[in-house]
Design a protein around this ligand. Structure first.
Ligand code: ATP
Ligand code: MG
Length: 237
């Protein structure tokens, strides 16, 4: 089975700091792939490189055989690689619905706006209740749902998420992860970057561990959950 999104030899440097040191990743269609690691390991930098938001010192990124390596960020989004806004950065002075509609701005051609909004509201019923309210009045968990909903409005082929669990209470995190699995089961390919190693490995089909810019372990989520090195370094057991 060939990968939907393939990363080969990716390197990123900030001046003298080599944040990502030549990594290979494969995201398979319809799977959840996770990249886990500690603070400063290079997770966000990897995502930024996939989205074209930092310069690659080396390496290649392909989506279904199409080379995205030197593509501008907006073209990468239009090709189907869409990152959920970080830190729940929704536009707080716009309504929930306006935020969702903005997610579709890169779409070309016609689409059924009402039907697609309805699909998002079915996934996140609380957003339907708050549709005409300001995004700034949502709780942290609801803002994360809105950020995910907005990314889905771009009709991604691959959804990228940078620590969606950050700053959220455990029950809220469980809800977000349940929804990610639901979206995945509907067919979407997901790349999840997390410091919440246990939760991420639990829902991942395939997982990579990154340490100081290099991939040090990979396997199925289940394999890494029971791996003694992962348990000792990341799972506190
Ligand atoms: N804009 C920047 N300028 C200089 N160095 C940076 C910049 N962004 C990140 N770095 C450095 O690059 C390395 C990788 O950082 P990155 O943010 O990718 O890690 P991370 O795994 O996402 O960490 P966290 O879990 O804290 O989000 C770190 O050493 C970090 O200090
Ligand atoms: Mg980060």
């Amino acid at each position: 089975m060939s990968a939907l999104l393939q990363v080969r030899g990716l390197k990123v440097a900030y001046g003298h700091i080599q944040a990502v040191r030549g990594i290979d990743l494969e995201l398979h269609e319809g799977q959840i792939t996770t990249l886990v690691g500690a603070n400063g390991a290079g997770k966000s930098t990897t995502l930024l490189a996939l989205s074209g938001l930092v310069k690659k010192a080396a390496g290649q990124v392909t989506l279904g055989g199409q080379d995205l390596s030197r593509m501008a960020p907006h073209k990468i989004v239009a090709s189907g690689v869409v990152q959920v806004a970080e830190g729940r950065a929704t536009l707080t002075t716009l309504t929930v619905q306006e935020n969702l509609e903005l997610g579709a701005y890169t779409r070309q051609g016609r689409y059924n706006r009402a039907q697609e909004l309805d699909a998002i509201y079915t996934l996140f019923p609380v957003l339907r209740e708050r549709a005409s309210g300001l995004a700034g009045n949502l709780s942290g968990g609801e803002q994360q749902m809105l950020a995910i909903g907005r990314a889905l409005m771009a009709k991604p082929r691959v959804l990228l998420l940078d620590e969606p669990s950050m700053g959220l209470a455990p029950l809220v995190v469980q809800g977000i992860f349940r929804t990610l699995r639901e979206i995945n089961q509907a067919g979407l390919t997901i790349f999840l970057v997390e410091q919440n190693v246990r939760q991420a490995l639990k829902i991942a089909d395939r997982a990579y561990v990154i340490e100081t810019g290099s991939i040090v372990l990979s396997g199925t989520g289940r394999e890494l959950l029971v791996n003694p090195k992962v348990q000792e370094a990341y799972l506190g057991s």
